[in-house]
Write a protein that binds this ligand. Sequence first.
Ligand SMILES: Cc1cc2nc3c(=O)[nH]c(=O)nc-3n(C[C@H](O)[C@H](O)[C@H](O)COP(=O)(O)OP(=O)(O)OC[C@H]3O[C@@H](n4cnc5c(N)ncnc54)[C@H](O)[C@@H]3O)c2cc1C
Length: 479
Amino acid sequence: MSPALAELERLFPPGRLLHKPGELAPYESDALTAFRARPLAVVLPETHEEVVQAVRWCAHHQIPYVARGSGTSLSGGSLPIEGGLIIGLNRMNKLLRLEPQERIAVVQPGFINLQVSNAAATYGLYYAPDPSSQPVSTIGGNLAFNSGGAHCLKYGMTSNHVLAARVVLPDGETVELGSESLENTGPDWLGLFVGSEGLLGIATEVTLRLLPKPETYHTVLAAYDSLAKAGDAVAAVVASGLLPGAMEIMDSLAIEAAEAAVKAGYPQAARALLIVELEGETPQVEAEARYLDAVIRGSGAYEVRVAQSPEERLKIWKGRKAAFSAVGRLSPDYIVQDGVVPRSKLGQALAEIEQLSARYGLRVANVFHAGDGNLHPLILYNGRLEGELHRAEALAGEILKLCVALGGSITGEHGVGMEKKAYMPEMFAEADLEAMRRIRLALDPLELANRGKMFPGEAPALHFRGAHPLEKAGVISRE
Ligand SMILES: Cc1cc2nc3c(=O)[nH]c(=O)nc-3n(C[C@H](O)[C@H](O)[C@H](O)COP(=O)(O)OP(=O)(O)OC[C@H]3O[C@@H](n4cnc5c(N)ncnc54)[C@H](O)[C@@H]3O)c2cc1C
């Protein structure tokens, strides 16, 4: 054992410092399983002070490190750095405070997203950001990736629900960002930290905003004979002034997969399905529902169904929730992409993706948070066929470039991580990237925190090989 590791062993008791090959194996990759790297060791702190000690140890020995929650990053964000330290935060999983009157919850970073809503339910409250990984992903990971989900259309992403964070900077200093109040003075340092993908420090305590649970829902399923029409319908709903809780699109491949998996009873001949859900207080939802139904009927839908009971609503959502993992039934391999376009460009983006798919001779399934303009094209390929993976990666890159060209972004919610750093110059000029680097260097001159991520550099092309173990177990689904 090296003297540095022996020093770490004195800081972390047995069982909370892992360094044997068998102990490290589970930490070698995240949900982007195409990439693996062997860390030097993993430490499992239980307190803020232990995180400070681990970070100071890294700074002293100039060893790069990665903060890790549940390791469900789809972009290689929590992939270890070869020979670096993993600071695993799963043991810091306590609810520190829940104040229903203030509508806030204060949690440790390893607290699981869904548990926040579970804890708040007694008071008629919940935590709005709902990534599909919410039964397993941590608040620390959500914060670092500014995670989103189906209901972020109405309520905003994680950044709109984090009020404050206690953060250990890469030199070991502790800072408090934000406050329990919505009124802050000075620059929005918390805003800078949220979504910085673990490059600016480690959150050890997070204050979250809670919302009252919606009283009622109105769920509409509309079938279209073209994907572009469904995309345009989303723009029409937004232009009408309505703000649904969720708006999701599935194309024909996704419908086929969902039907095969859970038999949701969707209109089989549809080229695209749109699910729109209103939520809130009953009188308001009832008034908006009449308006929404008129907008949908005028949007070229050839069939419209409105859920008449909670069971029918759940059935509509069941197909949508199952669609992503069910696509695995249609193809041995697929790449999952995560790009964004302005909502008004959805129809155009989907039509162009269809053309790209035909040009590359590869099927693309689309299941996505349409209300956010957040596309999740799944590029189906067979890795055993010569050159097909390469073509799939090229097509994935073209889709990301298309998103940027239409005024969107290379990532909606999965982060840049390792996967997309090569595409950062598509979105940012060299001067923009340099400005970001300078902010990072001001806090972390040795670039120890999550080294090698987000900024363009040597970036191998990445691809998805099979489902995450938790997907296979049916615990989480990919959306
Ligand atoms: C099946 C599936 C479905 C998914 N669906 C969605 C979805 O709908 N929406 C969505 O947004 N994402 C989704 N994801 C991606 C992923 O779940 C989210 O990005 C999630 O926020 C990651 O949380 P985690 O605890 O697993 O973090 P990790 O993967 O462990 O880490 C993610 C990043 O956060 C950093 N980090 C972790 N903890 C801290 C901390 N305390 N302080 C600072 N940095 C930290 C890490 O260094 C890393 O860069 C999905 C993933 C899977 C596998």
